[in-house]
Design a protein around this ligand. Structure first.
Ligand SMILES: NC(=O)C1=CN([C@@H]2O[C@H](COP(=O)(O)OP(=O)(O)OC[C@H]3O[C@@H](n4cnc5c(N)ncnc54)[C@H](OP(=O)(O)O)[C@@H]3O)[C@@H](O)[C@H]2O)C=CC1
Ligand SMILES: CC(C)(CO)C(=O)C(=O)O
Length: 341
């Protein structure tokens, strides 16, 4: 994979950063980056766009309350930035990328900040499935066609952000990102991007093995998110209640076996992960929160893609599959009922 010409003057200068999707994560990133003096353009739609145009973006974080004015509009109004973050739920990503496509210029780095297994998982990894699509998240290969691979940077977000209203977010934990080239090579563009974001207060680590933290995050999400929807339980019960934690432990084992089959190095052992989860207290997972708000769930990227990857290795994830089916059924029924069907 060749690296496109990467203009070195960005190193010291003002970056042009695009944010597509102005929800919790997009607003948090946009505010921190704009506050640091970079040019930020936000692709938004509907009421969110109206509010951003009128009132700008608001973020409350550990450093206080911040308000910024940014460019906002449709892709055609925002130019082609140096760096474009894609910040949507997995099931909305394709529509977002279609809208944002004109923003991807010959020098634009594209960073999807989306939980779960990404569509590019098998790109640049050189394994026996090299180039294969992940059907659960990119059934027709449309994402692969729309985002040039040589512009793509993988990302894992360790951020907890909440969208309070259109254009308004809050985030009270440290803002952490892990970025990595999808073919795991070190690169200047990765180092410079990480340095720029860190200087904005988003502590960004450049990883030479981006699929390792990706699996770690997926495993945490997979062992708790669908189970939280099925049971209505908080993290403290999922990982701490004697019966529920048995299910979480078994799902954790299934996911760890799959990750190991792909050569992932997971830093956390199951006991520490369970203890950490139980210690998080009566916190609702993001998926349970989405379910309670009547929103679609990120089951395709967090569960179904992992089961697909397991099957490619001849592994089955029986408990995970059943919990995912139950969560999917519960979500689809609720969405149908809300639509009067
Ligand atoms: N929030 C968090 O703490 C964390 C989230 N993540 C992951 O990050 C990703 C983003 O999550 P989050 O920011 O919370 O999600 P939100 O639902 O808060 O934000 C998504 C945003 O994307 C916008 N959007 C979706 N489709 C389009 C489209 N076609 N055109 C324009 N805008 C669009 C939505 O627009 P509209 O305003 O119109 O609804 C919304 O503003 C998810 O995968 C999530 O799991 C990862 C770590 C932590
Ligand atoms: C808190 C945690 C890790 C639980 O899976 C999470 O990321 C989520 O709620 O989506």
């Amino acid at each position: 994979m060749t690296e496109p010409d990467w203009r070195t003057q960005r190193d010291a200068g003002r970056w042009h950063v695009g944010i597509a999707g102005a929800g919790a994560i997009g607003t948090t990133l946009a505010v921190r980056i704009a506050r640091a003096g970079h040019r930020v353009g936000v692709l938004a739609r509907g009421a969110t766009l109206d509010v951003i145009r009128q009132d700008g973006l608001h973020l409350t974080d550990r450093e206080g309350e911040h308000h910024v004015r940014v460019e906002a509009g449709a892709a055609g109004e925002l130019g082609q930035p140096d760096l474009l973050f894609l910040c949507a739920k997995a099931q909305d990503l394709l529509a977002l990328v279609r809208s944002a496509r004109p923003m991807i210029g010959p020098d634009t780095l594209v960073v999807p900040v989306v939980n779960g297994i990404p569509w590019w998982y098998f790109e640049g990894e050189g394994g026996r499935h090299q180039g294969r699509a992940v059907r659960a998240v990119d059934p027709d290969g449309a994402l692969k066609d729309l985002v040039p691979l040589d512009r793509l940077i993988g990302a894992i977000a360790y951020i907890t952000a909440e969208r309070m209203a259109p254009g308004v977010a809050r985030s009270f934990n440290p803002l952490k990102l892990i970025l990595g080239e999808i073919d795991h090579r070190p690169s200047d563009r990765l180092a410079r991007t990480a340095a720029m974001l860190t200087a904005c207060g988003i502590h960004t680590q450049a990883s030479g093995r981006v699929r390792d933290p990706l699996w770690t995050k997926v495993i945490a999400n997979l062992s708790s998110n669908p189970l939280s929807v099925v049971s209505g339980a908080t993290l403290q019960d999922i990982y701490g209640d004697p019966s529920l934690s048995q299910i979480a432990r078994q799902m954790l084992s299934e996911a760890l076996l799959t990750a190991a089959a792909y050569g992932a190095r997971i830093e956390l052992d199951p006991a520490s992960l369970l203890a950490m989860g139980a210690g998080m207290g009566p916190v609702k997972t993001s998926m349970l929160q989405d379910f309670e708000k009547g929103l679609p769930l990120e089951l395709s990227a967090i569960c179904e893609a992992v089961i697909e990857l397991a099957e490619l290795q001849g592994l089955s994830m029986p408990l995970t599959r059943n919990i995912a089916i139950l969560a999917r059924f519960k979500s689809d029924s609720a969405l149908r009922a809300a639509a009067g069907l």
